[in-house]
Every structure is written in structure tokens, then in C-alpha cells.
Design a protein around this ligand. Structure first.
Ligand code: FAD
Length: 386
């Protein structure tokens, strides 16, 4: 397709990646976000090799490598600190053709913003869309309107435009656990600087992984009912109580984190949903398929969406409708499988059925590293870039 104008609502990982891909394809792009200042939600993110490959394709591989942490091993430990499994990730990298990179979200966002050759229009909250046979118009709360050929709704887990595309409201599902995350200076008394460590027990997790700048991205997960509230001055006490009796590195981490720079959130996912496209409006990223972070794939899927959509637009000359139909078919299949797999994993990790979680703890000690790597490679290699 030639000479398209694409309007993107949302400048998260999904909207920005799509914007970069579409601009590189020669399309006119406008990106809008409702916020006054773009700040990433969360401290870090682990980009598995399928996400990194999208960035490679967009010419950002070297920049990604500069901000990514070097994660050579993956280690599961009991809450007391006994090693359950220690997995060398090099064979995985050999198999899938690209390293995974844990990364600080501010670094990733900065890189994407620098790579997008335009300006993101802030303080533009999209409140409605209108479309006819020839065009689509986004309408903003501040009275602005913009018309294009295609509108990408990358407006996140609480997407307003998802309701428009589906014709009904689909509420995010609560994943039944709370996540705290942040960054701390890397230190050997927390974890080895080349390892992703995950302490597991009591249906909870405490984890650290290296990111650039000699820092660890950390997170804690605790199953809790929906609606618990807290504030930064309570985070340390809260975590101390939840992780009482856990290994020394976990205690060190709780003491060392800055509660005022720590995020606390309830985890939600979305879908699988029936459709991703209505006419000239296409859902992308969390708006269509927010995913429990238990596979580390939500952001990677948003990146894949942007690339696949751009490729279909570029490679067909029949109609945009054709490209969108192919996009929807491909991405619905891929992302539904990931959402469901991640939800199942979240339930297993966080004790939905306690005996299954116990079995998983035992399995971790017995599993062959090759099997663990194989399972990760399968998810990566089911993506569009093999
Ligand atoms: P978002 O990043 O939510 O962006 C949506 C944007 O739309 C926002 O900027 C918002 O301001 C804007 N917006 C919303 N409504 C409007 C409107 N009406 N008008 C204008 N703008 C609007 N993924 C991984 O791949 N690996 C991981 O390790 C990983 N870890 C995670 C850990 C946690 C704790 C969580 C919560 C998620 C994790 N994810 C991970 C998932 C990943 O963060 C998301 O999938 C990804 O950020 C989604 O990007 P997005 O662009 O679709 O949405």
C-alpha cells in the first residue's frame, strides 16, 4: 500500500515501535498520548529474543545491546536460598539466534523516542473515533481532530478503543497477585551480576536481573485479594512481612530498595478477544492482549504486532482491508496463545491450586536445563522473525 497516513493512539512500547516501523516503511505517522509527560510504567522489562529481533529489524540492535543487561544464566532458588536449578542461557541464544535483554524501561523508552523521527503529541486524550469508507478520524478531549487512512489503537490495558472495536466493554482480568518492582545498584550480595535469579516459595517470588548501568531490575510477587492499597512509606514493612524468613539476598534487597522509586501494582491481563480490527481501526499491544508478566512476553508481543502490521501493509497492493485481515488472523492466533500460556503460568506460580504449585517447586529441582530452554525457545520461535 502506498501513501498511507496512520494515526497512532498511545506512545507506549507498542505505539512507538509501530510508529518507527511505519515511518521506516515510508508512511506518514502521527502519534498521540494523553499524558503530559511520557513516563514508563514500571522500572524494567525483560525483552526476550523475539522482541529484540523486532528491534534488530528496525536497525536498533546495537542501541539495544548498549542498554541491555548481560543475562547469561537463569537460577531458581528456594526461599531459603538453596539452588533448585541453574540454567546456562548460551545454548538458548544459539538456538534462537539472539540474546534476551533485560532493560530499564526509561532506557528503552528513550531509545524508542529517539528512533521515532517525529514528535509525539502529548496531552491529547482520544475520546472517540469516527470512520467511513475512505478515512478514519480520531477525536480528542481538547477538541483536536485528526483524519487518516488507518488508526492504531495502542492505548494500553484499559483501552477505550478496545470497546469501540469489540462493540462491548471487556474488563481486564485480575491475575490475583500484586507486583512490586524497581531498580537497585547491582551487588554480589544480592545476586551474581550475569544471572537472573528467582527465589520461589509460599506462592510468591522475589527476583533480580541485570540491566545496563550496573543495576538490577527487581520484582516481588505476592498473591493478594483485589483492592489492597498501600503507599511507599509502607512498602518496606509490607515486603519484610511477606518475605519473612526468606534468604539473606532477599532481605538485603528489601533493605536496599528505594520505596519512593518502587512501583506497586495489581497484575491484570486481557482476552483472548474475538477481534482486533474494526474497519480502519486496529488494536495493538496491551489494548488487545495485555499478558500476565509470568512469561515476559507482553511487551515483546506489542513489538511483534507493530512489525507484522507494517509488513502486511507494505507487501499487499490489493487493499488495506486485506492487510488488516491478515494482521488480525496472525496476531490473534499468536497473542491468544501467549495470553493463555502466561495466565496458566501465573496461576501455577501463585498458588491458584496449591498442589500444582508444590509440584512445580519439585519439578524445578528435577527439570533438565535443556527442557527449560526448549520451552522458552518454543515461545520465541513461534514469533514472526525466526
Ligand atoms: P502501554 O505501555 O500501556 O501504553 C499505552 C499508552 O497509551 C500510554 O502511554 C497511555 O498514556 C496511552 N493512552 C491510554 N489511553 C489513551 C487515550 N485515550 N488517548 C491517548 N493516549 C492514551 N513484557 C515483556 O515483554 N517482558 C517483561 O519482562 C514484562 N514485564 C512486565 C512486568 C510488569 C509488572 C508488567 C505490568 C508488565 C510487564 N510486561 C512485560 C508487559 C509490558 O509492560 C506491556 O505488554 C507493554 O508495556 C505494553 O505496551 P503498550 O504500548 O501496548 O501499552
Amino acid at each position: 500500500m502506498y501513501n498511507l497516513k496512520v494515526v497512532i493512539i498511545g506512545a507506549g512500547i507498542g505505539g512507538l515501535t509501530a510508529g518507527i516501523a511505519l515511518r521506516q516503511a515510508g508512511y506518514e505517522v502521527e502519534i498521540y498520548d494523553r499524558v503530559k509527560e511520557l513516563r514508563p510504567a514500571g522500572a524494567g522489562i525483560s525483552l526476550w529474543s523475539n522482541g529484540v529481533k523486532v528491534l534488530n529489524r528496525l536497525g536498533l540492535g546495537e542501541k539495544m545491546a548498549a542498554i541491555g543487561g548481560l543475562m547469561d544464566r537463569m537460577q531458581y532458588l528456594t526461599l531459603k536460598g538453596d539452588v533448585l536449578s541453574d540454567i546456562d542461557l548460551h545454548p538458548l541464544v544459539e538456538e534462537v539466534g539472539q540474546r534476551p535483554y533485560p532493560v530499564a524501561r526509561t532506557d528503552l523508552q528513550q531509545m524508542l523516542l529517539e528512533a521515532y523521527p517525529g514528535e509525539v503529541k502529548l496531552e491529547h486524550k482520544c475520546i472517540a473515533v469516527e470512520q467511513d469508507e475512505n478515512s478514519v478520524t480520531a477525536i480528542f478531549e481538547n477538541g483536536h481532530r485528526t483524519t487518516g487512512d488507518l488508526l492504531i489503537a495502542a492505548d494500553g490495558v484499559r483501552s477505550l478503543l478496545r470497546t469501540y472495536v469489540l462493540g462491548q466493554e471487556v474488563q481486564p482480568n485480575y491475575g490475583h497477585y500484586v507486583n512490586w518492582n524497581g531498580l537497585v545498584p547491582a551487588s554480589e550480595d544480592l545476586a551474581a551480576k550475569n544471572s537472573w535469579v528467582i527465589f520461589v516459595g509460599e506462592h510468591k517470588r522475589a527476583s533480580m536481573m541485570p540491566v545496563a548501568g550496573d543495576r538490577f531490575y527487581f520484582f516481588f510477587d505476592v498473591p493478594l485479594p483485589k483492592g489492597t492499597v498501600s503507599s511507599p512509606e509502607n512498602y518496606r514493612a509490607e515486603l519484610t512481612e511477606h518475605f519473612q524468613g526468606w534468604a539473606q539476598p532477599v532481605q538485603n534487597l528489601i533493605q536496599r530498595l528505594d520505596p519512593y522509586k518502587t512501583n506497586r501494582l495489581e497484575i491484570h491481563d486481557v482476552g483472548p478477544i474475538d477481534r482486533m480490527v474494526r474497519g480502519r481501526v486496529a488494536l495493538l499491544g496491551d489494548a488487545a492482549h495485555a499478558t500476565c508478566p509470568d512469561l515476559g512476553q507482553g511487551g515483546c508481543q506489542a513489538m511483534e504486532d507493530g512489525l507484522v502490521l507494517t509488513q502486511y501493509l507494505l507487501t499487499t497492493n490489493i487493499s488495506m482491508e486485506y492487510a488488516l485481515k491478515r494482521y488480525e488472523a496472525d496476531r490473534k492466533e499468536r497473542t491468544s496463545a501467549v495470553v493463555e500460556k502466561a495466565r496458566k503460568r501465573a496461576e501455577m506460580i501463585h498458588g491458584k491450586e496449591p498442589e500444582i504449585t508444590q509440584k512445580w517447586y519439585q519439578q524445578l529441582a528435577q527439570e533438565e536445563p535443556a527442557d527449560v530452554r526448549g520451552a522458552i525457545a518454543k515461545v520465541i520461535l513461534a514469533g514472526p522473525l525466526r
